[in-house]
Design a protein around this ligand. Structure first.
Ligand SMILES: Nc1ncnc2c1ncn2[C@@H]1O[C@H](COP(=O)(O)OP(=O)(O)OP(=O)(O)O)[C@@H](O)[C@H]1O
Length: 827
């Protein structure tokens, strides 16, 4: 009854399906003690559980839900109680032992028609035989198999169900039990069965206990659902009540809203009326104000008219007064201005005169400046010429480089050709037989021999070069470390009255020169002429060319390359041919540099590498000037001379030093020096004759093969004119020039004299003049000096010629260093 009521209650709100009848069966008397009827019920439940639900979990919510709700109920009249069914079982059970089991089929039939309890009891026995029998009986249990099939047609079929159905479809084969049963003892069988039943009972009891626990859990779940359902129903009731309340509230709010809307309409209407009233009121006020303002404006307009008339009258009076005073002031000003104008005019007149004067003086200054500019222009033109010459030199250099490139290309082609030939040779030698191989070896051996010979020859050459240097030096020493040569220049077409100069040994030694002196009256009253003969290392007649002269000095130039300090200077009066000999295009300087360059190149194959640098300075009025520097720096830039006593080398600070990387370079050097001297000549007339110019060529050589090193200097000096001037006539700058020239030439003589007469280590007065100080290491010691005494062929210069020749003889008689020679002098 409870279950039925419960089913009705659940179906309505939640739609839960009515619970299974299985728990209902336990609800009948769950607490009653163990009884047969209960045991039978348990037996049925156990079977059911074993068939279909035994393997399932406890009856949870989900499992209850899926229980078949439309389970067909058997007719109540046909239904038997569990007790009745239990009684049937026992009946069958008791009767069972008397059943004879003649064969398998008979036994099987009896069991299938007998109670399920017996079959179950068999199934619970430990014996193998009864177990097999029981399994067969259980599988034939109609109730279970039909319930399982009809209760849940959609449920997935268990393996058990399948197994059951399959067994029911096929004829059971004969078991071993059927064969062995007739041999068993009936008495033992009964005892065993009782024991089995007892054990089965105990198992049933335990199973019952488990099922009861499950049932109580299910009951608890049901109770919980009931409680929840009741709570949900309460909530629904509460929600319904609240809904009703909300509906009432909404209706109230609607009525309130309509009331408020009406009131709002009323308020709007009254507000409109008020606004209209206020607008009307303000319009009236504005109209009043406008009327008042109009009246005020009319009144003030009348007042203004009166004021204006009054001001007009006052202004007219004031203007008249001001006009009168202005007229007076203007008259006064006119007078003052006229006076000032007059004054200004006279002042301007004076200023004009001043400006005119100033302009004149500025004009003069400008003219002077123009002159200066002109000179500067000349300087610039000089610079331009220099630049042009540099450009020419670069061009020449470029041409030379191009020629070198062509040579190199040709060489390359030749080398390639020879390389090819060599390769062919090698191929030829390699390709063929033993004979070729031996020929190659022979060739190789010969080549090695040739190399060895060449090496030996080169070594010999090097040794010979060293020997040559030594011998050369000895020869130079034997010739004397200071030598004097004389050169008489030819007369020009324009020159008349030549002096009588003879060359007695011109066909043999060319060492003598004879000058016929001026006519003198003897004590006897007869006119006599005296001939002065001089002997030097070499005398060059007017027909001699520069090439011939250079031949004599080329040995000294070679000495400079060998590491000696060499000094060659030209001494003589103005116009005697010093510059021609020294600096003309085929003079000593270009020739010397050309030879040095050629020799340095030749020595490269003997392992010598030379670095050559040229400087050109002048000594003018006892100051040094750089002839290779900028012409505007001449007489301004200070050049310092420094001596290295250990190396016996002289260096010039602040002087331009030009690397001599080609023989053409010297031409540029000479041009630049000449330019500077020309520019200087505009400042001091005859500058070139009044200064000493010194071309200094530094030669540093290193031999990478022998490890030798040489540092030599070649000084080529063009001395100032040596003529004596009449001191009484010379004055100012000219007098100073003359004094300085005399001083320096006299110092030069003193130094040479000291070098020739004094012992080694004694004082040499180099410092007495700038010239000797500059040439300190090129005069004396281990240096080699050559003096050219230049002679003018003119009778007019005879006296100066004799003076020069006397000075030269004095120098010639001086012997410096180890060389000693006898000199012959006359006059
Ligand atoms: N050997 C010579 N052959 C032809 N002409 C010569 C020879 N020597 C000098 N002359 C000419 O004589 C002139 C004067 O010579 P040069 O200028 O060399 O004299 P200088 O002694 O250097 O004079 P200065 O001291 O003024 O410089 C020049 O015109 C020069 O060309």
């Amino acid at each position: 009854m409870d279950t039925a009521t419960g089913n009705q209650t659940f179906a309505k709100p939640s739609g839960l399906k009515p619970p299974s009848r299985v728990p209902t069966l336990f609800k009948e008397d769950p607490t009653s003690p163990t009884s047969i009827s209960r045991a039978t019920g348990l037996s049925e439940l156990t079977d059911a559980a074993q068939n279909s639900r035994g393997a399932m979990g406890p009856p949870l919510h989900g499992s209850i839900k899926h229980k078949p709700s439309g389970l067909p109920e058997p007719d109540s009249k046909q239904r038997k109680t569990l007790a009745e069914r239990a009684g049937e079982t026992f009946g069958s059970k008791i009767a069972a032992p008397q059943i004879s089991r003649p064969n398998n089929n008979a036994g099987k039939h009896a069991v299938s028609n007998g109670s399920r309890g017996f079959s179950n009891s068999l199934s619970r026995s430990a014996s193998t035989r009864t177990s097999k029998h029981k399994t067969a009986s259980s599988s034939n249990s109609i109730g279970h198999s039909s319930r399982a099939a009809s209760a849940n047609p959609t449920r997935p079929k268990s393996s058990y169900g399948n197994h059951n159905r399959s067994r029911s479809q096929f004829q059971r084969p004969a078991t071993s039990m059927a064969q062995h049963e007739p041999e068993s003892d009936p008495q033992v069988f009964d005892d065993d069965r009782v024991a089995s039943l007892e054990a089965q009972f105990v198992a049933w009891k335990e199973q019952m206990q488990i099922d009861m626990d499950k049932q109580s859990k299910v009951q608890e779940s049901v109770k919980l659902y009931e409680t929840k359902t009741a709570a949900l129903e309460d909530s629904i009731t509460e929600y319904k009540r609240l809904l009703e309340e909300y509906k009432t509230n909404v209706a109230d709010l609607k009525s309130l809203n309509s009331t408020i809307t009406m009131e709002l309409e009323n308020v709007k209407r009254s507000h409109t009326y008020e606004v209209d009233d206020i607008r009307r009121k303000y319009q009236n006020d504005i109209q009043d104000i406008c009327d008042r303002h109009k009246r005020e404006a009319e009144r003030s307009r009348d007042e203004n008219k009166d004021i204006a008339k009054k001001i007009e009258r006052e202004l007219k009076a004031e203007i008249e007064r001001l006009l009168k005073s202005h007229k007076d002031e203007l008259q006064t000003l006119e007078k003052t201005l006229k006076a000032e104008l007059e004054e200004e005019r006279s002042k301007r007149q004076r200023e004009r005169h001043d400006i005119q004067k100033e302009f004149d003086s500025e004009l003069r200054t400008a003219k002077l400046e123009a002159d200066t500019k002109e000179r500067e222009n000349q300087l610039l033109q000089g610079e331009l010429t220099n630049t042009k010459s540099e450009l020419d030199r670069e061009r020449i250099l470029k041409n030379a480089l191009q020629a070198q490139l062509t040579d190199a290309t040709t060489n390359n082609l030749v080398l390639e050709a020879s390389n090819k030939a060599m390769k062919e040779k090698v191929d030829f030698l390699e390709s063929d037989s033993q004979a070729q191989s031996s020929a190659y070896n022979e060739l190789h051996r010969r080549m090695q021999e040739a190399f060895a010979i060449a090496e030996a020859a080169q070594e010999k050459l090097r040794q010979e070069e060293t020997l040559r240097r030594k011998l050369h030096n000895q020869v130079q020493e034997l010739k004397g470390n200071i030598r004097v040569m004389c050169r008489v220049r030819p007369t020009h077409d324009s020159e008349i009255n030549p002096a009588k100069i003879g060359f007695p040994d011109a066909d043999t030694d060319s060492k003598e020169v004879a000058v016929q002196g001026p006519e003198k009256t003897s004590a006897m009253g007869t006119d006599i002429t005296q001939t002065y003969a001089y002997a030097f290392d070499r005398v060059f007649s007017p027909t001699s060319q520069n090439a011939e002269v250079f031949e004599e000095i080329s040995q000294l130039v070679q000495s400079a390359l060998d590491g000696y300090n060499v000094c060659i200077f030209c001494y003589g009066q103005t116009g005697s041919g010093k510059t021609y000999t020294m600096s003309s295009p085929d003079g000593m300087i270009p020739r010397a540099t050309t030879q040095i360059y050629a020799e340095a190149t030749r020595l490269q194959e003997k392992g010598w590498q030379y670095k050559m640098e040229g400087s050109f300075v002048e000594v003018y009025n006892e100051t040094y000037n750089d002839l290779l520097g900028r012409s505007e720096d001449l007489d301004k830039k200070k050049i310092e001379v420094r001596h290295d006593a250990a190396k016996k080398q002289t260096t010039l600070e602040n002087a331009v030093s030009v690397p001599l990387d080609g023989p053409d370079r010297v031409e540029e050097i000479l041009q630049r020096a000449d330019k500077n001297r020309t520019v200087a000549a505009t400042k001091a007339n005859m500058r070139s004759s009044r200064s000493h110019s010194v071309f200094i060529l530094k030669l540093v050589g290193e031999n990478s093969v022998t490890g030798e090193r040489s540092e030599g200097t070649l000084n080529l000096v063009d001395l100032a004119g040596s003529e004596r001037l009449d001191h009484s006539k010379a004055e100012g700058a000219r007098l100073k020039e003359t004094q300085n020239i005399n001083k320096s030439l006299s110092c030069l003589g003193d130094v040479i004299n000291a070098l020739g007469s004094s012992k080694e280590g004694s004082h040499i007065p180099y410092r007495n003049s700038r010239l000797t100080y500059l040439l300190q290491y090129s005069l004396g010691g281990n240096s080699k000096t050559l003096m050219f005494v230049m002679v003018s062929p003119l009778q007019a210069h005879l006296q100066e010629t004799i003076t020069s020749l006397k000075f030269a003889t004095k120098v010639h008689n001086t012997h410096i260093g180890t060389a000693k020679k006898q000199t012959k002098a006359s006059g």
